[in-house]
Design a protein around this ligand. Structure first.
Ligand code: COA
Ligand code: AMP
Length: 633
């Protein structure tokens, strides 16, 4: 079946289509209810099925006789180590660690936070939780303790699983101290902190004198293995926090059944990876890509996955991605365009690249942000395998736009993220909710139901889920992105239409940053917008109005705000600039004109909004911006 026919089938005969896909995974109890409407117009998939995601990712392959196949390759240029784990070894570690967690009292229905670097033990922890039916929430290491504390208070974990340290290029990141700091800020107090002691990095954990800590390694080696706990299809496998349009991150809930079906389907049909091949998603496990395509997708599809602890450049050089591809015979790879931009910047002539044999690589997938054509040109010239841009969100957990080399030869259109993937009936809507014709920019929306695997809701906040995604266009999921469709059905994503920005492929909220900036004692009001950046796609830029009478030096304030954002949100926010102005441009109803400010900072042409309260503010702002840019950018 061609991709187009498959798409039509998936929309016209949803239940039949997904029931067939569900046959491709092993259930403890096969679902008979394929699609159930909860009465609120947000359907669930495979509601009466029972399964276990860890079983599908590990045990099944050992049972099927593939125990000796390598499941995980840990490749860590920052610690100079490569370690391989077969499926049998993963099973041993995971079942024993799960046994250990069970001994600590963790059981189905509990939650656990995993705050760990890119090491195999992090994957073992995720799988062990899945094995027990414990809902995990992985928090990205680049977030500061306060962000971790917010998540602790939102999902009330019984345990936090962490490591002594992480390694960012050559800088040691103190994970365990950050966890302790976060717990000291949070109201909820987890019963256990399970810490993996990375002896190699020094900074040893003092288990003897700190009774609040449980030794990860001891728990894993000294516990009895435990079996997979069957869970309902709709049981939450994980909660993954993502940035929204308010200061508070939202916990996207992923189910077990729909997710497993979507993982198997996407690995085979979209990524086109055969069982047994090596698949590498160069992402951190703290992001949706890491969950779906560093851990669950490849393992469920019996691939070898690469857990890479390093950066595309500087660990040690711009050839590191190509070295990993050659050394581990990666067949299909996935990364963010920003990573390729970073490599291109360091290696414009492809000198590093030419040192390696990339013949194993069939396809490169890109997502997380818009991919610029210059980057694609460089990739085509030097790497020469198809680079497929595809679009998805934490909310979907797998691609919603893309191409499907797994089932057909694909035709790539530059700057397009592809066509709707089976299960996602994507439309481009006007503000009034009418479908727009091709070549007209509008809101990217999806007709309900979304495909299996897409979010079940927001943890602890069903109202926010309904209001944020389902209320704007009844019967449709509102993605928060703008887009244009062409006459062949290819979609061009034009970017967020809200306060979410994408910094180096990392999704962040400017609203959250504004809260931090506004809390500075000298700041009366402020706004933070994402401005264009050659490497990271976007970076945040703060504009602040001082309290009357404030005498603070503008550069001193900028430094303080940069530090504040780093401390409160984390280094990953990458904010470097803040500008002090006398007034912010606003509408007559008092709304800050953020889009106008962003356009002005990007040096693009703008039209004076008809709703503006006072046009002279714009002139004033332009002068300030010009001066700042001349001096500092
Ligand atoms: N733990 C602690 N700190 C972290 C971290 C982690 N897991 N990840 C990032 N940081 C820190 C970095 O050390 C850096 O700190 P610094 O300002 O002191 O240097 C800061 O957060 C910003 O990190 P990053 O955005 O990664 O910038 P960078 O300059 O170190 O690297 C790229 C730039 C483009 C090479 C890098 O961002 C990259 O590889 N991006 C790909 C993103 C990706 O895979 N996204 C997943 C979606 S597909
Ligand atoms: P995240 O939830 O972190 O995966 O971020 C999702 C957001 O990233 C989307 O809403 C888009 O704004 C952006 N995004 C992801 N993939 C693409 C893509 N291929 N092209 C353009 N934007 C993308």
């Amino acid at each position: 079946m061609k991709a187009n026919e498959m798409f039509i089938e998936s929309i016209a005969h949803k239940e039949k289509f997904w029931a067939e896909q569900a046959e491709k995974i092993e259930w403890f109890k096969k679902p008979t209810h394929i699609l159930t409407d909860d009465g609120e117009n947000y359907p669930t998939w495979f509601a009466d099925g029972e399964l276990n995601t860890c079983f599908l990712a590990v045990d099944k392959h050992v049972n099927d006789g593939f125990g000796d196949q390598v499941a995980i390759i840990y490749d860590s240029p920052v610690t100079n180590r490569i370690i391989k784990y077969t499926y049998s070894q993963v099973l041993e570690h995971v079942s024993k660690f799960a046994g250990g967690l069970k001994k600590l009292g963790l059981e189905k229905g509990d939650t656990a936070i995993i705050y760990m670097p890119m090491i195999p033990e992090s994957v073992f922890a995720m799988l062990a939780c899945a094995r027990l039916g414990v809902t995990h929430s992985v928090v990205f290491g680049g977030f500061a303790p306060q962000e971790l504390a917010i998540r602790i208070d939102d999902c009330n974990p019984k345990a936090i699983i962490t490591a002594s340290s992480g390694m960012e290029v050559s800088r040691r990141i103190p994970y365990l101290p950050f966890v302790k700091e976060a717990i000291s800020m949070s109201e909820h107090q987890p019963e256990h902190i399970v810490a993996f002691d990375r002896k190699l990095l020094g900074n040893r954990v003092d288990f003897k004198n700190d009774s609040s800590l449980t030794d990860f390694e001891k728990l894993m080696t000294e516990s009895e293995p435990t079996d997979c706990v069957p869970v309902e299809s709709t049981h939450p496998l994980y909660i993954l926090y993502t940035s929204g349009t308010t200061g508070k991150p939202k916990g996207v809930i992923r189910d077990n059944g729909g997710h497993a079906v979507a993982m198997k389907f996407s690995m085979q049909n979209i990524y086109g990876v055969k069982e047994g091949e090596t698949f590498w998603a160069a992402s951190d496990i703290g992001w949706a890509v890491g969950h779906s395509y560093s851990v669950y997708g490849p393992l469920i599809n019996r691939n070898t996955t690469v857990i890479f602890e390093g950066k595309p450049i500087g660990t040690p050089d711009a050839g590191t991605f190509w070295r990993v591809i050659e050394e581990h015979k990666v067949a299909v790879m996935f990364t963010a365009p920003t990573a390729i931009r970073a490599i291109k910047k360091e290696d414009p002539e492809g000198k590093f690249l030419k040192k390696y044999d990339l013949s194993s690589l069939r396809t490169q997938f890109l997502a997380g942000e818009r991919c610029d054509v210059a980057t694609l040109d460089w990739f085509d010239e030097f790497v020469g395998v198809p680079a497929i841009d595809h679009w998805w969100q934490t909310e979907s957990g797998w691609p919603m736009l893309g191409l499907m080399p797994g089932i057909e030869d694909v035709k790539i259109k530059r700057a397009s993220a592809g066509k709707p993937i089976p299960g996602y009936d994507i439309k481009i809507f006007s503000e009034e909710g009418y479908e727009l014709e091709s070549h007209h920019e509008g809101y990217l929306v999806i007709k309900l139901p979304l495909a299996p695997g897409a979010m079940m809701g927001i943890w602890g906040d069903p109202e926010r889920f309904k209001f944020g995604y389902l209320a704007k266009f009844p019967g449709y999921y509102f993605s928060g992105d703008g887009a244009i469709k062409d006459e062949d059905g290819y979609v061009f994503v034009t970017g967020r239409v809200d306060d979410v920005i994408n910094v180096a492929g990392h999704r962040l909220s400017t609203a959250e940053m504004e809260e931090v900036v506004a809390a500075h004692k000298e700041v009366a009001e402020c706004c933070v917008v994402g401005i264009d950046d050659d490497l990271k796609g976007q970076i945040p830029f703060a504009i602040a109005v001082l309290k009357s009478g404030s005498k603070v030096d503008e550069k001193t304030l900028e430094k303080e705000l940069v530090v504040l954002i780093r401390e409160k949100i984390g280094p990953v926010a990458s904010m470097k600039n803040a500008l002090v102005v006398n007034r912010l441009p606003k509408t007559r109803s008092g709304k800050i004109l953020r889009k106008l400010i962003r356009t002005m900072l990007d040096g693009k042409d703008y039209q004076m909004p008809s709703t503006i309260d006072d046009e002279s503010v714009v002139e004033e702002l332009q002068l300030k911006m010009n001066d700042y840019k001349q001096k500092y950018l």
